[in-house]
Design a protein around this ligand. Structure first.
Ligand SMILES: CC(C)=CCNc1ncnc2c1ncn2[C@@H]1O[C@H](COP(=O)(O)O)[C@@H](O)[C@H]1O
Ligand SMILES: [Zn+2]
Length: 412
């Protein structure tokens, strides 16, 4: 009953879906075997947990804890709003195709889209990332309107901000304005892993997402909202959603307006082999792209020439079959060419992963040495959308960590 919105409306999208589901079984088997291998190799890599990390591609609702999702669904079931037994297996299923992932998102949104739930999810997601030493995160979320419960895009975002303020287990710096004044922000160094007595600290910034199913006017509303929330840490706009729906050209006016007003732009690019769209997006020259999986040789060369930083989401790509096997992932090519890129989770809850886990997979699959992993993690600071003050502090954090861990006995 939640899946009505998932109908595929074009011949092209039906074809893509058919191809992907045909190969899904084979890929799943291959994927599971590979994942086990990677987990075995990555066993002694706890140091990745304590390494400071920067997360630049995390969808708020995709990062929800499984336990929270189940609890919220059960509550709605108790109130008679949904049939819990119908949705439980959808939540608990582990391997999902691209189509199934978007079905799950529709379900997640039914369960999470009220102010209280959004506040809770935001708080938990920030705490979870901070607990694995993520020191800077750009969380992205799609502001939603639901007239039935009096939710506007603005009140949705206010609920998100309440969640940021509700975090108690770590220090959160989220507003460029108040950061200058708050003693716990710029004046105090970020938690050093060798000193567990210090409270952890995390910088939080937001990208507002435009869902590909939205209209041009609705996208413009999101951009206006983002512009009005810059003092609350909104730094950019993301275009995301089911890549077989909608057309990216619909959103060009809103994205151009956002850019003109000083917001940064990240686009989900090349999740499916849509040549016109991939080329259009590269021509637009966004500040970053997510995924960049289905680029042909010429497009890949163009990406490299333009030096557009790529948000790489290994587990997401493998789980959804966007990339058939981890060892042919374009991470290796980009890494070899020193192309700007950053490892990210995409949807840590939906894909049961973590940022440390993504580094673990990259290090063990592609044989990257510890010093090189440190470089990869610290280079991410170049591509963040926050201001230079934050960049400087993050650079110092990484330098201190690397010094301590390469030249001392602090045991990790
Ligand atoms: C199947 C597949 C390739 C998934 C992985 N990558 C994704 N691609 C495009 N949009 C996404 C992806 N993961 C999450 N989203 C977007 O983020 C939303 C969830 O977070 P939020 O409600 O914006 O807080 C989803 O509904 C979707 O619009
Ligand atoms: Zn994404």
């Amino acid at each position: 009953m939640f899946f009505d919105r998932m109908d595929s409306n074009s011949r092209e999208s039906r074809l893509i879906i058919a191809i992907q589901s045909q190969s899904a079984h084979f890929l799943e088997l291959r994927g599971v075997k590979k994942e086990r291998e990677v987990a075995r190799k990555g066993k002694n890599m706890e140091w990745l947990e304590s390494m400071p990390k920067v997360e630049l591609h995390a969808h708020l609702n995709g990062s929800i804890r499984n336990s929270t999702l189940l609890e919220l669904a059960r509550n709605l079931g108790d109130e008679g709003d949904i049939e819990f037994s119908e949705v439980e297996h959808v939540i608990l299923k582990d391997d999902r195709s691209l189509v199934e992932v978007f079905k799950l998102f529709d379900l997640i949104h039914v369960v999470t889209t009220d102010h209280e739930a959004i506040t809770r999810i935001t708080k938990e997601v920030i705490e979870d990332f901070a607990s694995e030493n993520v020191v800077y995160i750009e969380l992205r979320t799609t502001p939603k309107r639901n007239d039935k419960i009096g939710m506007s895009k603005r009140s949705y975002m206010e609920a998100v901000m309440q969640g940021v303020k509700a975090v108690t287990t770590v220090d959160v710096c989220f507003s460029p304005q108040t950061e200058q004044l708050t003693s716990s922000c710029h004046s105090r160094p970020i938690h050093e892993p060798c000193n567990d007595d210090l409270r952890k600290k995390i910088y939080v910034r937001f990208l507002l997402s435009i869902d590909r199913r939205e209209s041009a006017a609705s996208a413009m509303e999101t951009v206006d909202l983002a512009l009005g929330m810059r003092e609350m840490g909104v730094v950019g706009i993301d275009l995301s959603g089911n890549p077989t729906k909608g057309e990216w050209v619909t959103f060009i006016p809103a994205l151009e307006y956002a850019r003109k007003q000083g917001l940064k732009i990240s686009l989900h690019c090349g999740e499916v082999p849509n040549r016109t769209e991939i080329n259009g997006m590269l021509d637009f020259h966004p500040d970053r792209v997510g995924h960049a999986c289905c680029l042909n040789d010429a497009e890949f060369e163009c990406l490299k020439t333009l030096k557009i930083p790529v948000e790489i989401c290994l587990t997401s790509n493998i789980r959804t079959g966007t990339i058939s096997s981890i060892d042919i992932h374009h991470f290796a090519d980009l890494h070899r060419d020193k192309h700007p890129m950053v490892l990210c989770t995409d949807d840590a809850g939906v894909f049961s992963t973590s940022l440390s886990g993504e580094y673990k997979i990259a290090a063990s699959t592609f044989g990257i040495k510890r010093e090189e992993v440190y470089r990869l993690a610290s280079d991410a600071v170049h591509f963040i959308f926050a201001d230079d003050g934050v960049k400087t502090e993050l650079r110092n954090t990484f330098m201190a960590f690397i010094k301590q861990n390469l030249f001392s006995d602090c045991d990790h």
